[in-house]
Design a protein around this ligand. Structure first.
Ligand code: APR
Length: 250
């Protein structure tokens, strides 16, 4: 925490708010051991997103995605919610949280206890067959991948299985985006936590909330040049900063 005044300002906004929302990105899960995408040493530094993370590349060679998926699943399956996730789950208990809109696929908000979680980019815990559309439980698929079945195939028809993690260029699920827009139109304070706001349409959401009259608090490890949308910018680790917004913890 670098600016105690900013924290005091943010705590006042939280205390005054009645319908808080959160928009989270990979940064909130870094302290749970899951690397983010664009920081140094992040996922896209190790896996070229054009080769491993686009829908076209998946259709062309699904084993690329599943090779990356095998590494990420190993980390996600043992990751636990950190104090930032837990603080948002505790906030839901107070009745002041409209919902958590997340770009993450790691299920850590649900694991922390949040029930109103909008997964804009899907989840690593769900997969389906590209041919017959049979649904599969992600953990079972990841075990098969860890055992070397790359790409994993449908037990019914032999089709290639696809994780429900949304890839670049893949149509986003409509339901979650509609719920996210509803939340943005209703919230009076949006906490934007651990995201570089570099991927649309998720990156539009803070401005949408602001257009509806909400205040916006941006929490990020690095400074963000988003004072166009943020009323308060708190720089620091989400697992340190987020709990200090709510509790008496100074
Ligand atoms: N606490 C707070 N912020 C952090 C922390 C931390 N401990 N560690 C990193 N950050 C910040 C980084 O500085 C960066 O600004 O979190 C942000 C993470 O940004 P990205 O890596 O771009 O992740 P994200 O914004 O979630 O990416 C959005 O892009 O690759 C696609 O679909 C993928 O959902 C992802 C989307």
């Amino acid at each position: 925490m670098r600016d105690e005044n900013a924290l005091e300002q943010a705590k006042k906004l939280v205390a005054a708010a009645k319908k808080i929302s959160a928009l989270t990105g990979a940064g909130i899960s870094v302290d749970s051991g899951i690397p983010d995408f664009r920081s140094e040493g992040g996922i896209w530094e190790r896996f070229d997103p054009y080769e491993y993370g686009t829908y076209d590349s998946f259709l062309n060679d699904p084993s690329k995605f599943w090779t990356m998926g095998r590494e990420l699943a190993k980390v996600m399956l043992k990751a636990k919610p950190n104090p930032a996730h837990i603080a948002l789950a505790e906030l839901e208990q107070t009745g002041k949280l409209l919902g958590v809109i997340t770009q993450n696929i790691d299920n850590l908000h649900q694991a922390a206890g949040n029930t109103n979680v909008v997964e804009l980019h899907g989840s690593y815990l769900r997969a389906h067959c590209m041919e017959c559309k049979t649904d599969y439980v992600g953990e079972e698929v990841h075990q098969r991948v860890a055992d070397g079945e790359i790409p994993p195939r449908c037990e019914k028809c032999g089709g290639v299985l696809k994780s429900e993690a949304v890839l670049f260029g893949e149509p986003m699920p409509e339901g979650p985006m509609a719920r996210a827009v509803d939340i943005c139109n209703d919230t009076d304070l949006m906490l934007v936590i651990g995201t570089s706001l570099s991927v649309y349409p998720a990156a539009f959401l803070p401005q949408l909330a602001k257009n509806s009259g909400a205040k916006v608090i941006l929490i990020n490890l690095e400074g963000a040049n988003r004072d166009d949308v943020a009323d308060v910018i708190l720089m620091g680790k989400a697992s340190d900063v987020v709990p200090r917004l709510f509790g008496s913890s100074e």
